[in-house]
Design a protein around this ligand. Structure first.
Ligand SMILES: [Zn+2]
Length: 66
């Protein structure tokens, strides 16, 4: 259950209105969201590493075939 700082109380998951507090409409992080965000970040990092690796390979190909 997320905590609302504005209302100073716990908000039940079924009370949330699209991830926001039903009383003050403050956006409250859903616990389920964090692993998805972490997985998404890992995907971005993996993609970046892959692109850098491809770039290095491309540079090596160019230096060998120049
Ligand atoms: Zn609130």
């Amino acid at each position: 259950m997320p905590w609302c700082d504005t209302c100073d109380r716990l908000v039940a998951d079924d009370e949330l209105v699209e991830g926001t507090c039903p009383t003050c409409s403050t956006e409250l992080a859903e616990p389920e969201r964090r692993p998805v965000t972490l997985r998404f970040r890992l995907l971005i990092v993996a993609t970046a590493i892959y692109l850098i690796w491809r770039f290095v390979q491309g540079v090596q190909w160019l230096t060998h075939h120049a």
